[in-house]
Write a protein that binds this ligand. Structure first.
Ligand code: 13P
Length: 252
């Protein structure tokens, strides 16, 4: 009943022409994928060109971040949710661990960015996840609890229902070390339970929770068999159309 989502986060890779070429290759490779939603997240400069080329296909476009500011103004370097909509985005990744750890994206900003995205009809893909030290100390669930509590502070049930959540354990990102399906399922189950507690069953049962961290063509099928894993947020393996298409077509 929850339609899976397979999203590719291209991070800071690809010029405009490289982005368009990858998107066009992907378009034909996933043309028959109706079992899931397919999303790609190019860099800001490639968004419009990619969105124009995939318009009318089953590929949707996400930005990798959004400003917390809603209106035009003196906010050097920022890009608003309205501008992302205008460029053809339907989704936006918010609170990725790289933004949290390297660029000072604190929960208070993330909360405002989520509100900004929702106000302009963008679907946020909210990322959460613990570091290896936090996991080894037995604090993984507490860390995710703290992130989600702060990020969704003050949110109404109907707004939370519009989100996609991505659980991305930091120790699995770009390391080739994937969480086992059991480890991922345990956290996804925890997050769904958390959502039930805070926002009720209908929100928690409908919301897609993606796993991210070294997802590859050869481990996606196994991950997707876990009850509470509703898709994947893929970094490195989404950069090549062929490899990302294999992940999208995990059911074949
Ligand atoms: P990798 O798939 O390269 O581990 O990256 C995961 C990620 O950060 C997706 O947002």
């Amino acid at each position: 009943m929850r339609k899976p989502v397979i999203a590719g986060n291209w991070k800071m890779f690809k010029t405009i022409s490289e982005s368009v070429n990858t998107a066009l290759s992907l378009k034909s490779l996933v043309a028959n994928a109706n079992h899931c939603e397919v999303i790609i997240a190019p860099v800001f400069t490639s968004l419009k060109a990619v969105a124009d080329r995939v318009e009318g296909s089953n590929i949707q476009v996400a930005a990798q971040d959004v400003s917390d500011q809603l209106k035009y103004g003196a906010h050097t370097g920022e890009i608003s949710a309205e501008m992302l909509k205008d460029a053809g985005c339907s989704h936006v990744i918010i609170g990725h661990s790289e933004r949290r750890s390297l660029y000072g994206d604190i929960d208070e900003f993330i909360n405002r960015k989520l509100r900004a995205a929702l106000q302009f009809g963008l679907t946020p893909i909210l990322c959460c996840g613990e570091t290896l030290g936090e996991r080894d100390a037995g604090n993984a669930e507490q860390v995710v609890n703290n992130q989600l509590t702060a990020d969704l502070n003050g949110f109404a049930d109907e707004d939370v229902a519009k989100l996609i959540i991505a659980y991305e354990p930091v120790w699995a990102i770009g390391t080739g070390r994937t969480a086992t399906p059991d480890q991922a399922q345990q956290m996804h189950g925890y997050i769904r339970g958390w959502l039930t507690d805070k926002f009720g069953t209908s929100v928690s049962q409908g919301l897609r929770i993606l796993y991210g961290g070294s997802v590859k063509p050869d481990n996606i099928a196994e991950l997707m068999r876990a009850e509470d894993i509703d898709g994947a947020l893929v970094g490195g393996a989404s950069l090549e159309a062929e490899s990302f298409a294999k992940i999208v077509n995990y059911n074949e």
